[in-house]
Each structure stands twice: as C-alpha cells, then as structure tokens.
Design a protein around this ligand. Sequence first.
Ligand SMILES: Cc1cc2nc3c(=O)[nH]c(=O)nc-3n(C[C@H](O)[C@H](O)[C@H](O)COP(=O)(O)OP(=O)(O)OC[C@H]3O[C@@H](n4cnc5c(N)ncnc54)[C@H](O)[C@@H]3O)c2cc1C
Length: 436
Amino acid sequence: MPDTDILGGHHRVVVVGGGQAGLAMSWHLRRRRVGHLVLERHRVGHEWRARRWDTFCLVTPNWQCQLPGFPYAGPDPHGFMGRDEVVRYLEDYAASFDPPLREGVEVTGLERTAAGVFALTTGDGTVTADQVVVATGPYHTPAVPRMAERLPAGVTQLHSSQYRGPAQLPDGAVLVVGTGQSGCQIAEDLHLAGRRVHLAVGGAPRVARFYRGRDVVAWLADMGYYDKGIDEFADADAVRFRVNHYVTGRDGGRDIDLRAFARDGMRLHGRLTAIAGGTAAFAGDLRHNLDHADAVAESIKDTIDQFIAVRGIEAPTERRYVPVWAPPSDHPSTLDLTAAGVSAVVWATGFHRDHRWVRVPVFDGRGYPTHQRGVTSCPGLYFLGLPWQHTWGSGRFSGVARDAEHLADRIAAMDRQWAVEEVRWIAGTPPERVPS
Ligand SMILES: Cc1cc2nc3c(=O)[nH]c(=O)nc-3n(C[C@H](O)[C@H](O)[C@H](O)COP(=O)(O)OP(=O)(O)OC[C@H]3O[C@@H](n4cnc5c(N)ncnc54)[C@H](O)[C@@H]3O)c2cc1C
C-alpha cells in the first residue's frame, strides 16, 4: 500500500504543503529513502494558479528555477515564465518523481503529544509523525489595512492576490495601493490597458532589469548575493523582513520606472494614510520614495561597476539613469475618489503569516517561527520556504533546494536514531522516545 493511503496512521515524516518547498523537501527525502507523506490542501501549484494575475511573470530569470533534480530546461533560460508556465513547471516537477502526495487534505492543527510524536489534525482524520516539515509558504492572509472599511460603498475593492486583469474591474479609474512587486506590476497592467491609474507609492526599492549587458540578477548571482547567509548580516532581522526590489519580467523583462508612468499619465501619490468622507489622504513622501528607489537601483549599479573593474571583466558601458519626472512642489496630498472617478481599489499591501494551527511553542512575539536554517528548538519540527530562511533565494525558486537538502540531512539523521530506538523497544530496552 503506498504511503499516501495511510491517512490516520503513523508516518516517519509528514511534510505540510505541496508547493515548491514541500516538493523539494519530498525529493530530498526520497533520495535518502526516508518514508514520508506530503499533505497539500489544494493542488500542486495552487498559489500560482489561484493567486496570480493573468499577465503575471516571474521577476527572476528562468535559469534561477533550480528545484532539486529539475532545473529549468526549457528554451528560454533568460526569459521569465508566465503564471501558467510556472504552474506547469511545478506540475511537471511533481510528475518527474511521483512524490507520496495527498492533495485536498488541509492540516488544521499540529501538536506534540506526551509520547513525543506529532499529531496532525486533518479533515480526513488525525495523522501522527516522528518529524514534521511545515512548508506552507510565506504568504497566508491578505493584509488589507482597516481603512479599507471606510471606502465609499460603491467602490469595488480587492487584494492583489484576487486581481486577475483590468476587465475584472468596473469602468473608471483605479487606485492601486502599494509599490512592492505586485503593486507595481498590477499598476502597469492597468496602465497598459488604458485605465486611469492612481498609485500610492511606498518605500520599496527598485532594481534595474539589465545593466552593462546582462540581467542584474546574473551579476548579483556572480557576486555571491544569493549565497550570503542571513547570519552574515549585522541587521539580520531587518534583512529578513525587508521588501523586495521592484522590476518586471514582462515582455522579456524591463525596468519598472514609476516616474515614466507618471510622465505618461499615471497619477502618483505618497503612501496612503487615511480615507475619510470619500477622500483619500497621502503622506508627503512621494518625492522621497521615488528618490530612494532610484538611489537603491543606482547603488546596485555602482556595486556591479566595482565588480567589473576589480575582476577586469569585458562589459559594455552604459549611461546611468536620468529621472524623467518629479512631483511638483504643489503636488496634491488628497484625492476626492468620486470626483476622480475611482471605481476600484487594489490593495497590493502584502500578506500576514498565519501559523496559528501550529500549536508548538516555537514562535516569537510576531508569530514568526524561531529557527536555525529551518530547524526549530522542538526536536523534529522544521520550517521550509520562509523568505531569507537561510539566503535571499530561500523563499524563491533559486534557493529552496539548498535549504531542503540541509533539512533532509537533519531529518535523515534523526530518522536513523528513531530506527535505533525502535530496535531497542523490540529488544525490550526502554526506548528514549525523543532522539536528542
Ligand atoms: C506575487 C509574487 C511574485 C513572486 N515572484 C517570484 C519570482 O519571480 N521568483 C521566485 O523565485 N519567487 C517568486 N515569488 C516567491 C515564491 O516563489 C513563492 O511565494 C512560492 O510560492 C513559495 O513556495 P512555497 O512552496 O514555500 O509556498 P507556496 O507556494 O505558498 O505553497 C504552500 C502550499 O502549502 C499549502 N498549504 C498551506 N497551508 C496548508 C495546510 N494547513 N495544510 C495543507 N496544505 C497547506 C498551500 O495550498 C500551498 O500549495 C513570488 C511570490 C509572490 C507572492
């Protein structure tokens, strides 16, 4: 009987989540012959299939899709897979090694029993396991500020994870709130479709797509940025939670220049601070936020220049960025939503983590799981796929393999110890249920 038919039984390892992290974990466990079960509440690829817009593209080049045993092998390594291609990549990955996967099973509770094993509550009954890997992704609940409740009743509002395309929104102008990767790309999507867009610009940095003849990601990879461990940063905590740079992979990849959008008719505002009486109010930080984003992009270019010079690399020179627009000094700080014809708001304001179903005391005051490279202080409990779990690539396609491999070694070692305990049990020696 395959492992996956034993719901309700005991398993050596249960992996919760069948996204890229859960599958990568399974691949490495399979390689070490560690029996396990992967539980996925929807289907493989669900996050990409159900929570990305129609024109979504990766921002990281395809060659960075380095799932273990299944590196990207398509025709466009320097391109950027669209949403449906990413889903197919994950489906093909699962098909490539046939993991012991049960789809449609949600884990609603995880506890450690007095016997030292883990009990997982699912809609199909309780499963127990010696070891558990939580690979449920980093982006759980849409984070929508409560001021959303104060929007006029007639305004359609949705979170970026619900946005599919311009046709989904009623006619009229759209206010996009937030300029992380999602906000910028959704604002561009609407802008390119001819919609009047208002964009509340936050403090996210930007990065150029290409510089001196190559994708900036390729330069950063060569410079070791994706290999640098979180522990090497003096401000590790800040690094772990900082917002990613905005750029796009659309149409083969290009910069996202909010100033160019403004020049071409998009209305930029500072950070959204309040909604009252049908009017949105914005902080006076638009100029600062645009300058900051440009300064980060240019400083990355400085670093690349230095790398090229020190290594003596042959690379074409390139003119630096010249701002094409700046907010006038009398830039309005409020927007009358009705007068501006705003019919919809897209909240591109990120996600909250929700690990409340993990009822094991390993969390800090923010609900973030404390861990060392995914290994928690509770023996046998691990996390995988957290942003900056170990490196910049940890929460992405590029680095999850390395983290899964690290955990698989730990899990396999503990699995061997469990096996020894079981032999002792059979031999009549009192077992020590929790391997040290
Ligand atoms: C808008 C956006 C753009 C991104 N762009 C890129 C990019 O260009 N390049 C890149 O490398 N990365 C990108 N990422 C980041 C990253 O690749 C994704 O977040 C990725 O989905 C993380 O994989 P994961 O397996 O850790 O989590 P997920 O993909 O979230 O998978 C977790 C799985 O666990 C399941 N699950 C959750 N809870 C339970 C439960 N209780 N029981 C059972 N199953 C459960 C979910 O259904 C899901 O299938 C992007 C992320 C976002 C949000």
